[in-house]
Design a protein around this ligand. Sequence first.
Ligand SMILES: [Zn+2]
Length: 274
Amino acid sequence: MFPSRRDFLALASTGAFALSAPKIVSQDPQLPGRPPNTSFGSQDRVFSNVLVIAAHPGDAFFAMGAPAAVATHSGGQASFLSLSLGERGSASIPVQQYGSLQQQAAEKAAAMLKSKALFLHYPDGEIPVTEGAKFAVCDVIRQCKPSVIVTHWKGSWHKDHRACCEIVQDAVFYAGLPAIVRKDPAHNAKKLYYACNWEDAVGFAADTYLEITPVCEQWLNACALFPMWRGENGFRYNDYYSSMAVAHGCLSNFKRAVALMSSEEQRILSIPTP
Ligand SMILES: [Zn+2]
């Protein structure tokens, strides 16, 4: 599926990876009888340019924002593409007004994380799985030239999240094919990751833990710019995502971490003879 397959096979694995900042030395928390964690060194090589692609701005920043913050913190680039404004997400604020609030929050949050906020403005709840949407996302991938793409896992109750996953998978394919001629030349991201999202939990199995200790506070401050962050819409995003950063840090022996799941095609490890 990915023309650049060989580029990332060296980075992929069937086990769980722990990715840390280069200056932080991790003590492997090996327990008696338990196999040690696999680690493949610095995050710098991989997370130099992160493109987040989410159905809604809240997903982009809450579930996928920390890897983007890691990229910009180490001098790289990041962009947040929301396919919809999530404008139908409030029970009390009119749709158009809530869409504006969401867009403003996303733009401010992106600026706080030294990144860009991009939008495709599909209707909330009706993100279409069409060739038009796939090519629109393909064009953003070619424009941003990410090393890593982070998006929704398909195991979601939310139809927009499932739609986003399907759109991104095909957009990644289109973006990498030189024979598909668009405004910008073909581009292959090194890695496609699915984010750990409370709404996309069916069949989600983390295989990578990314250390976010140096950027955690800044990322949470960016999330707090959204009206829904403190539970106004019925879910306590702040408590959930801040405590998951602690829990995933415990599992990977970092102070703070996010869990990611490699795309199906990239969960392969090739081991050469010495
Ligand atoms: Zn969503």
